[in-house]
Ligand binder design. Structure first.
Ligand code: PEP
Ligand code: MG
Length: 604
C-alpha cells in the first residue's frame, strides 16, 4: 500500500530505490559494507562473540546455581535460560548470516538489522509474555555487540555495488521494479539518525538518497547529506519505523516527502521529475568555467565547504575558487571503525591538510580548527549521554580546544606546517569572549615557537574568526582588532540568536534564516568588515541557498562558501544579479517586519 511520510527537504532531487534500514541501538555501532572476500571473516566474528557470550551466560548460570534457593530467584535462572535460547535461535543467527552474506553488511549492522526485524515480530505478538521477550533479545544482542567491540576489520574503501536481487526479477509488475536499472538496484538509506562518523562512511557509499527520522535543516546529518549531493529528507519522524527493509521508496528532496511502496502512476511521475532534474543539472554544468560576476561587474568568490581532503576534487570540479570552510573535525571522527588511534597525530593531520592544498591546485584553503561537541560528538558518544543537558551551549568548538591545549597545539602545528606548501587561512570557531581570543592567539604563537624550537618549517597564515554567536556579532570591533578576516556561520548564528536547536526537528519551523534579528547581525558584520577593509564571507548553509543569494549580495557580501553541489546554482543567481540595484532593496528588507515577504527588484 502506498503511503507518504513528510520531513524537511535538505538535499535536492529525486531518488528512487530499495530501502536499506540502519536501526539505532543503545550501543553505538559502525555501519559499513564489507568486501565479498571478508564475508567468512565477518561471520566468524559473530560466531566468536556468540561463543563468548554463551560461555559468559553459562558462568552466570553456574554461579546462580551455587546460591541458595533464597538468594537466587527462580526468575533469574529462567531468564538466563531464555537468553541462552535466544542467543542460539536460528531466526537471529540465520538472519545475521543473510545480511552479511547477501548484503555485505558488517557484523554489527547485520545484528542490529536482524534485531529490529525480530523485535517487530515480538511487538505484534498477542501473548504478553512473549511480547516482553523483546527486551531479552535486545540484551542478548547488546552483549554480542559489546563482545565484538575492537574486532572489526578495516573498512572497505569503496563498498561494492549490489547486484539486482532475484526477488526483484520476480516482482513482475510490482511498482518500482521497472524504474530500476536493469542490473543494479539503487539503494536508499533509512535511519533513525546517523552519526557524523556514519555519514562519512556512507559518503563513500552507493546510496542514491537517504532519510532520517530526526534532524533539522542545518543539523550536521543534513550538512553531510548535502555534501553527498544525493536527495535527502531529515526529520521524517517515524520513517524508520514505517519503512521495511527492501521496500521501494521515492525520496523527494525538493518537497521533503518520502513515498513508500509507490504505485506505477506515482512512480512514472517521479521518474519524469528525476529526468527533469538531470536536465537542469547538465544545463547548470555549462556554467562551471564561467567567472562569477554580477551584471554590474562585481566579482564574487564562490568557495567550497569540505569535510575531508578528498572532497577538494569535487570542489575544483564544481568551479570553486578555494575552500572557504574545511570542517577539520571530520578527521577526528569515526576512527575506531577504521582501527585508527583515537585522535589523529600531528603528522597525520599535516598530511591531510597538505592533501587538501594539493587537491585545490594552488587555490586557498581555509581550515577551521576542530569543532566537536553538540551534534558532532567524538567517539560517536553524545554529550547528552554524559549528562550534559545542553551540549550546544556546552564544551564545543574553541571551548573544547582551549580545554585541551595539547590537542589544540597538535592541530595548530599541523596546520602551520601545511601552510608552508600553499595558501592556508586558519579559522577559529565559536569565539565569543576577548579572553578566548587572547588565549587562542597565544596558543598559535606558542605552536609557532614549538616549531621554531624543533627547526621545522611552517608558513604564514591569515587568521580568521567565525561569527556564529550573537555576542561575537555584537562586538565586532574586538574581533576585527585581532583577526584578518571573519566568516559568518549562519547555522549556529541562527540557532543561538533564535534559541532554536538546529538539530531538533520539532522546532524546525521556527528556525528562520530570514528573521530580522538574524539578518541584522549578518548585515552589520558584512558592513563593518567592508568598512575596515577586512575579508568577510558566509559559510553557513545560507550561503548555498539560492533564496538568499541576492539579499547577501545586496548586503555587500562578495564571498560565499557552500557545498560544491550548490555552487553552480548560486553562480547562476550571481550572473543574473545587479548588485547595485540590490543594495537599496536589501536596506528595505532589513527594516521589514516580515523580510521574507519582500521580493527582489526586477532586474536586480
Ligand atoms: C555554521 O555554524 O554556520 C557553520 C558553518 O559551522 P557548523 O555548521 O560546522 O557548525
Ligand atoms: Mg558552526
Amino acid at each position: 500500500m502506498t503511503f507518504a511520510v513528510h520531513g524537511l527537504p535538505v538535499a535536492r532531487g529525486i531518488a528512487i530505490g530499495r530501502a536499506v534500514l540502519v536501526v539505532s541501538s543503545r550501543i553505538d555501532v559502525a555501519h559499513y559494507f564489507i568486501k565479498a572476500d571478508q564475508v567468512a571473516e565477518e561471520i566468524e566474528r559473530v560466531r566468536t562473540a556468540r561463543n563468548a557470550v554463551a560461555e559468559e551466560l553459562q558462568k552466570l548460570q553456574a554461579s546462580v546455581a551455587l546460591m541458595g534457593p533464597n538468594d537466587a530467584p527462580h526468575e533469574l535462572i529462567a531468564l538466563l535460560e531464555v537468553h541462552q535460547m535466544l542467543l542460539q535461535d536460528e531466526s537471529l543467527t540465520g538472519g545475521v548470516k543473510h545480511w552479511i552474506t547477501d548484503r555485505l553488511y558488517n557484523a554489527e549492522w547485520a545484528l542490529t538489522t536482524q534485531l529490529e526485524i525480530i523485535a517487530r515480530q515480538f511487538d505484534e505478538m498477542e501473548d504478553e509474555y512473549l511480547r516482553e521477550r523483546k527486551a531479552d533479545l535486545e540484551q542478548v544482542v547488546e552483549r554480542l555487540l559489546h563482545r565484538m567491540k575492537g574486532t572489526a576489520a578495516v573498512l572497505a574503501p569503496s563498498p561494492p555495488r549490489r547486484k539486482r536481487p532475484a526477488e526483484v526479477e520476480d516482482d513482475g509488475g510490482e511498482a518500482g521494479a521497472g524504474a530500476a536499472d536493469a542490473f543494479d538496484v539503487p539503494l536508499v538509506l533509512i535511519a533513525h539518525d546517523l552519526s557524523p562518523a556514519d555519514m562519512l562512511q556512507f559518503k563513500k557509499s552507493v546510496f542514491a538518497g537517504f532519510v532520517t527520522d530526526v534532524g533539522g535543516r542545518t543539523s550536521h546529518t543534513a550538512i553531510v547529506a548535502r555534501s553527498m549531493d544525493i536527495p535527502a529528507v531529515v526529520g521524517a519522524r517515524s520513517a524508520s519505523q514505517l519503512v521495511r527493509q527492501d521496500d521501494w521508496v521515492i525520496i523527494d528532496g525538493d518537497a521533503g516527502v518520502v513515498i513508500v511502496d509507490p504505485s506505477p502512476i506515482i512512480l512514472a511521475e517521479y521518474g519524469f521529475k528525476q529526468r527533469q532534474g538531470d536536465l537542469e543539472r547538465s544545463r547548470l554544468a555549462r556554467l562551471r568555467h564561467k567567472p562569477a560576476v554580477t551584471l554590474d561587474g562585481q566579482k564574487v568568490d564562490l568557495l567550497a565547504n569540505i569535510e575531508m581532503p578528498e572532497d577538494a576534487v569535487g570542489a575544483v570540479k564544481a568551479g570553486a575558487v578555494g575552500v572557504g570552510l574545511f570542517r577539520s573535525e571530520f578527521l577526528f571522527m569515526g576512527r575506531e571503525a577504521q582501527r585508527l588511534t583515537r585522535l589523529p597525530n600531528e603528522e597525520e593531520q599535516y598530511q591531510a591538510y597538505r592533501r587538501a592544498i594539493d587537491g585545490m591546485q594552488g587555490m586557498p584553503v581555509t581550515v577551521r580548527t576542530i569543532d566537536v561537541g553538540a551534534d558532532k560528538p567524538l567517539d560517536g558518544k553524545s554529550p547528552r549521554d554524559d549528562g550534559h543537558l545542553n551540549p550546544a551551549l556546552g564544551l564545543r568548538a574553541i571551548r573544547w580546544s582551549l580545554a585541551d591545549p595539547a590537542m589544540f597545539l597538535t592541530q595548530l602545528r599541523a596546520i602551520l606546517r601545511a601552510a608552508a606548501h600553499g595558501e592556508i587561512n586558519l579559522l577559529i570557531p565559536m569565539l565569543a569572549h576577548a579572553s578566548e581570543i587572547r588565549q587562542t592567539l597565544s596558543l598559535i604563537d606558542f605552536a609557532r615557537a614549538e616549531l621554531d624550537n624543533r627547526g621545522v618549517a611552517y608558513g604564514a597564515v591569515k587568521l580568521g574568526a567565525m561569527i556564529e554567536i550573537p555576542a561575537a556579532a555584537l562586538t565586532l570591533k574586538t574581533f576585527l582588532k585581532h583577526f584578518d578576516f571573519l566568516s559568518i556561520g549562519t547555522n549556529d548564528l541562527i540557532q543561538y540568536t533564535l534559541a532554536i536547536d538546529r538539530a531538533d526537528e520539532s522546532v524546525a519551523h521556527l528556525y528562520d534564516p530570514a528573521h530580522p534579528a538574524v539578518l541584522r547581525l549578518v548585515a552589520d558584520t558584512i558592513a563593518e568588515c567592508r568598512r575596515q577593509g577586512k575579508g568577510v564571507s558566509v559559510c553557513g548553509e545560507m550561503a548555498g541557498d539560492v533564496a538568499f543569494t541576492r539579499l547577501l549580495l545586496g548586503m555587500g557580501l562578495r564571498s560565499f562558501s557552500m557545498h560544491p553541489s550548490q555552487i553552480l546554482a548560486v553562480k547562476q543567481e550571481v550572473l543574473r544579479a545587479d548588485a547595485a540595484k540590490l543594495e537599496a532593496w536589501a536596506r528595505q528588507v532589513l527594516e521589514a517586519e516580515e523580510p521574507s515577504e519582500l521580493l527582489p527588484p526586477t532586474g536586480g
